[in-house]
Every structure is written in structure tokens, then in C-alpha cells.
Write a protein that binds this ligand. Structure first.
Ligand code: HEC
Length: 156
């Protein structure tokens, strides 16, 4: 009996710090989110790619076709069609990254130069923060349909 009640109170003590820990985490989370999304914590485009895109598109950009499209070579070719430039930043999955407009433009430019240098048009001009601002107000409801209309359907 005695041993039993001691054991219980020990167990209770060991989790007493949990509420304070959750309060600390709750208080700090918005601060960290702000740091990442604003310019205070300026991560390189490559780091942002690794943080916000590589989970689905993989570190080397190959994706997992047919579910997640590759980001290699195909995007450079797309830029030969005018309507496909805005497409690259109007995809909801891209816009959802918790990055400022400037940093998101930086990631897309990095993806284009890093994975599409063989197909990128010579006259390619970097995406600007302003283009991302406009895209965020005009996200595509159905990116797959838009892509099939102006480019081609995903290969199965
Ligand atoms: C949760 C998984 C996921 C994440 C995270 C993600 N994507 Fe995607 N991405 C997709 C899927 C799935 C598609 C196919 C279109 C769709 O379903 O929205 C796609 C489509 C794309 C396309 C269009 C490719 C094509 O061939 O049409 C680009 C460009 C792209 N993503 C870039 C990015 C970038 C840049 C990031 C990071 C900021 C990112 N994605 C984050 C899953 C993801």
C-alpha cells in the first residue's frame, strides 16, 4: 500500500512542469513564426526551399510523380508560354509557404536557376516581390486545370 501511494505521488511530480512548458511554447511560437516570415530571420532561398518545399518536392526537386510534379527542367520550358509565368506563383501550395512575398520570389527564382538552368529562357527575368503580392490576391482555384489548359496535363 505504502509503496503504491509513493509511486503515484512521484509520477504526479514528474509532470508538474508540463503546464509551464506549454505556456512557454505557446508564448514563443508566434515570435518564431514572425521571425521566419518577416525579414528578421533572413534564411537563404536554399534553406527556405529545404524548409518549405523539399518535404514534397524532395531535396533535389524530382518530386514524386505523378502525385507531386518534378521541378527539374519542366518549369524552364513552361516559361516559354506567357500564361505560365504567373502560374508558377499562383499555385496555392506555393503561396501557402509562410514566407514574405520577397522570400517566396527568392525561392522560386532559386528553383528556376538551380533545377532549370538547362531550359530557362535566356531572357528570363527574376520574379519580383510585387508579382508574388499580386499572385497572393489571385491564387488559382484549380492549378491542375489551368496547367492542362495552357501547358499540358501531368504525365501519369
Ligand atoms: C504539401 C506538399 C507540397 C509542398 C510543401 C509544396 N508543394 Fe509544390 N506542388 C505540390 C503538388 C501536389 C503540386 C501539383 C499541383 C497541385 O496539386 O497543387 C505542386 C505543384 C508545384 C509547382 C507546379 C509544377 C508543375 O509542373 O506544374 C511548382 C512550381 C511548385 N509546386 C513549387 C513549390 C515550391 C516552390 C514550394 C515551396 C515554397 C512547394 N511547391 C511546396 C506539392 C507541394
Amino acid at each position: 500500500m505504502r509503496r503504491n501511494s509513493e509511486g503515484q505521488s512521484k509520477k504526479y511530480k514528474s509532470v508538474r512542469w508540463l503546464p509551464s512548458l506549454s505556456i512557454i511554447i505557446f508564448t514563443l511560437t508566434p515570435f518564431f513564426l514572425l521571425m521566419f516570415s518577416s525579414g528578421i530571420y533572413a534564411a537563404s532561398p536554399q534553406t527556405n526551399y529545404l524548409l518549405y518545399c523539399s518535404g514534397c518536392h524532395r531535396v533535389n526537386g524530382e518530386g514524386k510523380p505523378p502525385n507531386v510534379p518534378t521541378l527539374i527542367s519542366e518549369l524552364g520550358r513552361m516559361l516559354s508560354v506567357q500564361e505560365m509565368r504567373s502560374y508558377l506563383v499562383r499555385i496555392p501550395g506555393v503561396l501557402q509557404a509562410p514566407l514574405s512575398d520577397e522570400n517566396l520570389a527568392g525561392v522560386v527564382n532559386w528553383v528556376l536557376r538551380e533545377f532549370n538552368s538547362d531550359t530557362l529562357p535566356d531572357n528570363f527575368q527574376d520574379f519580383t516581390a510585387g508579382e508574388v503580392t499580386a499572385a497572393r490576391k489571385n491564387a488559382l482555384l484549380d492549378p491542375i486545370k489551368y496547367r492542362a489548359e495552357y501547358w499540358k496535363a501531368y504525365e501519369i
